[in-house]
Design a protein around this ligand. Sequence first.
Ligand code: MRU
Length: 373
Amino acid sequence: MDDRRVPPGSQSSAPPSTPAGAIPTVAWRSASPDGLPGSLEFIDQTRLPQSSVLVRCDDAEAVRSAIQRLVVRGAPAIGVAGAYGLVVGTQGAAAQSAEQFAAVLKGVAERLRSSRPTAVNLAWAVDRCVAAVAGIAAPRDVVRRLLAEAVAIHAEDEAACAAMGRYGATLLREGGTYLTHCNTGRLAATGIGTAFGVFVTAKAMGLRPTVYVGEVRPLLQGARLTAFELRERGIDGFLMPDSAAGSLLRTGAIEAVFVGADRIAANGDSANKIGTYPLAELARANGVPFYVVAPTTTIDASIADGSSIPIESRGADEVRGIGGVRTAPDGFPVHNPAFDVTPAHLISGIVTERGIARAPYAQSLRQPPVSLR
Ligand code: MRU
């Protein structure tokens, strides 16, 4: 990876993952000093920006439902939620026999792992936690270890966001104007975010970025969440209809496009929110650099290229209406893929917490970590 050095002094002004007074994206709460028993809390992203409401999950099905309904969403955030979800789903079974407990853990892991298919971070986090307890016999010890692993994944995600922000900010210039897609901020990760974290870091460094974002139909993550976060962070920005991106890119006003990813194949093909691929084509057609920003937990080395990435198909009513108001004929057939795949040849660079990978990605994504100081 391209070991771009971080501008001196930029780390001392590291922005907080959660702005003061805001409800965190994911939080583990317990009255006990060792963290057990505990419950998992989310800010309910389905209610933003109208209301900031907290949701508490005390069993695995509640966590699964929160992930499926996009109460908690974004690839890194659902990975962290899945890891804590294993603790929520098994802590009540700690008094059972080792065999009974193992069956509970297996079932909970399967339910959480399958709650959303595209973001590999979820399956990765669940599998990492399950692997961490292999060989531990006593259920209480297993639950303790699951919590420790979830806490570690949470901390690593926050640190990865900060590092991606620092690497990504080296691609920005003072007063530049950028385009992003969907929501990749602190609501999509447990740190400052992936692509959005680049803007947060740049702002903290005094680079004064301006950020355009489309609404992102059908669930409006751009309008509801990214516009909310731009305001929360005091970053200048414009909300636009998704269909305005092409003409905007053609004006030459956009310096670069920064997006996140839900799964990156070994060759660099990257799945992200539906509408990312057309942005990449439009960026290429207009000579605008197109960057993917994602932690290495989003890389799925077992998949050779994007054609094997599972794409989630969501419910028809998300497209037939907005906010409960029907905007299409009752029962009209709907095509609603939640993600698309941007081919690697359209991607100018993949910013990870280890550095900026450049084509050919089959080699650069495999390279050992670059140290970030
Ligand atoms: O369906 P969502 O809202 O979970 O989709 C989120 C995205 O596509 C993000 O861009 C992606 O998770 C990467 S950013 C952390």
